[in-house]
Design a protein. Sequence first.
Length: 214
Amino acid sequence: MHRLHLSSRDEAIMDTLTRRVRCLSMAMVAHAWWPEAEQGLSSARRRLRQLEGAGLVTLQRVFARPLIPLAAPVVRWRPGEPRPDFAPIAHALQHRFAGAARQTLIAMATPAAAQRYGAPVGHPPRAAETTHDLGLASVYLQLLRTDPQRAQTWVFETQLAREDDAAAQKLPDALVVEPDGRETVIEFGGEYGKAKLAAFHRDCAGVDRGYEVW
């Protein structure tokens, strides 16, 4: 481990990994923080290796399914609106991943980094949840690009667990706070069926929270 001067870009990456998401793929880091560089991927890889040497990140190869571009939620609901029709939503979620899982290099914050940034230490991605974790990270990065003020209010699952968010029956993937102060649950949808979507809706509606399923 060695000392490393952190740039504002490094700080943004570490804020994301300690407080917003569980992991980022190397490609995500390059696209988000080196978007104009011709050698963005190699620049991201080199810097993350340096952050790894400083004891702030862990790099690991995992298997994950290729993600599709996410421009908007599959469904958005607010309290007081009609209950969505979950049949077409379930169909869309169950048929949007066509590619098989492939080896992917990801970055995760170390426990030392979590302590440094005052964040809870989360568990590393589980093999069955890696695609989900990367999908949620892509939602956060999309929000960071398009609505950075809203992204600033993003509260991740591990933070909610530390705050003992007992109001909801199921701990959300994440929450954002709207300008009116109301909370919106952010969920990255896996291959959810109608029953799971209906249960998720009841959980959110029961605590008067809107939601977005991406």
